[in-house]
Design a protein around this ligand. Structure first.
Ligand SMILES: [Zn+2]
Length: 425
């Protein structure tokens, strides 16, 4: 009887977990020209909407809209003459399906230590265990560092990987990071797989001879945990005390860096692109900044993994091309080609370019712009592929079958990039 009650309780918790998204709808929007794209962006800012995919002239945008904002949004689209249609209306069902699929694919929930499972998306606790075990088993080539604590006190850890001792100042460094945006779960396996390929199953030893590596798999631990336990589509960190009663909370960490801070982001706490009370106000941002500053002059390539859209992007976020845009484009193209060569046939090819040229919207305070600004020559934002869906644009949910593929193909891109830039740094 007791176990029956527990079962009922756990089923109830599972089904109640996604209730907060009842009434939400994903709209696809089809602006016809750049003026309409601008109008759309204005509406998004005014209504503080959550953009899942930015519209451009060849691809519709996807906007996630809560119940009370549906009518104002539809009216705004109507008066702007921008076609739009509601595509996903059964959010809770899709989330429950994701839960079931991920649970079914998970081969083992027990502690796997440093053995990496690519059938599942690790929890924060599992990542912590994985990193600790790697550091324990491979003390000669790894060092686990706590880069500071999150708002809620979780360690923001990164792994230093070096065959020659990380202090060798002649060796360039490649830094890789994921989950700065909490809901972009598919970005975690590629980071863990990079560690696996650099420490456990080394098949590209030139990458260790030529570089030291820094991998920060969970750059936003509080947000990530929140997205797993309470709100699947949470993007920001969990900073509270920003407004009375914490009606809205959280800072978009990828708008919080000190590069053109506050010029193309939101000053409203309720927005998903809220830039914070000041540049570098958040401990999670500071953790990244501290690593980049500590190894300033040595970090040759910085890759911040995001999702979604199959893109490799570079600065600046205001649309001005960075001085070395040509070499960034070449490096990005090499990486994209390497990914495309092994990608799933049904996924789109990667696109490479300046963030504004590709996405048609501006963004300030981004991590890769910051890295670029302090002199890291090859600073990129990856946007990993979206989940394909027959029900519409469905960008953040994870297909368990794609986890291994995401890891392998992203690694192929990183390897190609590392080899390409070697004679240019
Ligand atoms: Zn992101």
């Amino acid at each position: 009887m007791r176990s029956f009650l527990l079962l009922c309780l756990s089923l109830y918790i599972v089904s109640a977990k996604h209730e907060i998204y009842d009434g939400y709808v994903v709209y696809e929007v089809y602006p016809n020209n750049v003026d309409e794209i601008q109008l759309l962006n204005d509406v998004v800012n005014e209504l503080e909407l959550d953009v899942w995919t930015y519209a451009n002239l060849v691809k519709p945008g996807a906007i996630f809209v809560s119940e009370p904002k549906k009518v104002p949004f539809e009216n705004a689209m109507k008066s702007a003459g921008i076609p739009c249609k509601a595509t996903i209306q059964n959010i809770r069902e899709l989330l429950e399906l994701e839960d079931q699929q991920l649970a079914a694919a998970t081969t083992s929930t027990r502690n796997l230590g440093s053995r990496l499972s690519l059938n599942q998306i690790y929890t924060f606790a599992q990542v912590t265990e994985y990193l600790a075990d790697i550091a324990r088993r491979f003390p000669r080539v790894t060092r686990l560092v706590n880069g500071g604590n999150s708002v809620q006190g979780r360690p923001i850890q990164y792994l230093e990987i070096s065959t020659t001792g990380i202090q060798n100042s002649r060796k360039p460094i490649i830094m890789l990071q994921s989950l700065l945006h909490a809901r972009e779960w598919v970005t975690l396996p590629p980071s863990l797989y990079a560690i696996h390929k650099l420490v456990v199953d080394v098949t590209e030893s030139d990458l260790l001879n030529n570089y030291d590596w820094i991998v920060m798999p969970v750059a936003n631990p509080d947000g990530y945990e929140w997205s797993r336990t309470n709100a699947r589509f949470w993007r920001k960190n969990r900073r509270t005390g920003l407004m009375a009663g914490n009606i809205c909370l959280g800072v978009d960490l990828n708008r919080n860096f000190n590069v053109n801070w506050g010029t193309a982001s939101s000053s409203s706490v309720c927005s998903d692109t809220f830039h914070g009370r000041g540049a570098h106000s958040e401990p999670e941002t500071q953790a990244v900044v501290n690593v980049l500053n500590r190894y300033r002059g040595r970090v040759a390539m910085y890759i911040d993994l995001h999702s979604a859209g199959s893109m490799i992007l570079y600065g600046w976020g205001n649309g001005t091309l960075v001085p070395n845009a040509l070499s960034l484009n070449l490096g990005g193209t090499r990486m994209a080609q390497a990914i495309d060569a092994v990608k799933w046939a049904q996924k789109p090819n990667y696109r490479v370019g300046n963030i504004v040229a590709i996405l048609r919207y501006t963004a300030s305070g981004g991590s890769s712009d910051f890295a670029q600004a302090i002199g890291i020559p090859f600073s990129y934002t990856y946007e990993l592929p979206a989940r394909l869906s027959s029900t519409g644009t469905n960008v953040f949910l994870v297909d368990p079958n794609f986890i291994r593929q995401a890891a392998i193909e992203t690694w192929a891109g990183i390897v190609a990039g590392a080899r390409h830039i070697l004679n240019q740094i």
